[in-house]
Design a protein around this ligand. Structure first.
Ligand code: ACO
Length: 324
């Protein structure tokens, strides 16, 4: 059976770097508080010419170049995002136009920080039916536009960026298995309202505008437990020990969540790719950005087993195992 394999990776980060010291000037916080609680030191902030679809398109072009595939050969574009610059058309349609992928169909997918794994899983389903397909799976976010810069609980956490993979069929490598989960009952712990909605159900005075709202401690607890379960149940199903995994690429939420997760899984730090210190939490973009960096740093060799896991608003979470 053909599975979805990565043929090339790319990423794009905005130029502007926002440091913790700069945040000290904006809200009542400190570099020491942010670093010790989250491990985040800098994040990137999108400026003019760096809208979501532009970051996504740039990441996609780099992935296509790495895969040696032209835009015209792309059959499908999936953009995982919760911060499209417009509700309609989708970010994916803007990417299609920007890169000239005239033979593709294109749509967005919103599963918050788990969007990239959901997108890869979907690509795998398409590829299993039509192995000759070439699919661009992109994770791209401009969260800085949806963060309340007066709320110190959230504004320190997030950043902007995009990552992409070209996916194609292979009979000897690619996605081995995945486990995806959601629990919509817990949505109030982490959400972002729609901008300027006239829906009477959304005029609740408790809701505080279209910014990210979060109950941090609860999110922390659920995130660790959920990612641990997603990983262990996947490895059990495949009869694979964590020791056989070459690299774990988790959603880059923050280093304390990742530290707890590593402890519970019994995985050494050298086997875990972490770049949240540089980029903060870029939601759906965090896994493909990390994968592109790991790939370009030569951390992955053919035949390696790569493990992914994620957790985000919804709640949504999941894990995926891939033979590189
Ligand atoms: N600077 C200084 N003080 C702050 C800041 C800040 N930026 N933010 C909050 N505080 C204060 C709080 O007001 C509180 O003060 P109080 O005791 O006087 O009320 C104190 O610090 C402790 O607040 P807590 O929320 O209890 O701090 P905690 O140790 O839980 O850390 C954090 C907060 C970092 C948000 C943590 O809960 C966390 O990591 N949660 C997960 C959040 C996350 O990653 N969300 C991303 C989306 S989901 C995902 O990607 C997995």
């Amino acid at each position: 059976m053909h599975r979805a394999a990565v043929l090339g990776t790319g990423s794009c980060l905005p130029e502007r770097i926002l440091t913790n010291n700069e945040l000290e000037q904006m809200v009542d916080t400190s570099d020491e508080w942010i670093s010790s609680r989250t491990g985040i030191r800098t994040r990137r902030i999108a400026g003019s010419g760096e809208q979501n679809y532009q970051l996504a398109s740039s990441a996609a072009c780099k992935a296509l170049e790495a895969a040696d595939i032209s835009a015209a050969e792309v059959d499908l574009i999936i953009v995982a995002t919760m911060t499209p610059h417009m509700i309609m058309p989708s970010c994916a349609c803007f990417v299609q136009a920007e890169i000239g992928a005239e033979n593709a169909f294109a749509f967005d997918l919103n599963a918050a920080c788990s969007g990239y794994l959901y997108g890869l899983d979907l690509a795998d389903k398409y590829i299993s039916g039509r192995p000759e397909m070439k699919v661009l799976v992109i994770g791209s976010e401009t969260l800085s536009a949806r963060v309340n810069w007066q709320d110190r609980n959230t504004c320190i956490l997030f950043g902007d960026g995009a990552g992409a993979c070209v996916i194609g069929g292979s009979d000897h490598r690619g996605i081995v298995d995945s486990r995806l989960f959601s629990d919509g009952r817990l949505w109030k712990l982490l959400y972002m309202d729609s901008p300027a909605s006239r829906n009477p159900d959304l005029s609740d005075p408790d809701r505080k505008g279209c910014f990210i709202q979060m109950t941090g401690r609860d999110v922390f607890k659920y995130a660790v437990r959920a990612m641990e379960n997603a990983v262990t149940s996947l490895l059990d199903r495949q009869h694979i020990s964590i020791d056989e995994v070459t690299l774990l690429i988790p959603h880059q939420a923050n280093v304390r969540i990742l530290g707890k997760l590593m402890d519970r899984l019994g995985v050494e730090q050298e086997k875990v790719f972490i770049n949240v210190d540089k980029y903060g939490n870029t939601s759906a973009a965090s896994i493909p950005i990390a994968l592109d960096e790991a790939n370009r740093q030569g951390r992955l060799q053919q035949g390696d087993l790569v493990l992914f896991c994620s957790f985000g608003g919804g709640f949504t979470w999941g894990s995926m195992l891939m033979r590189w």
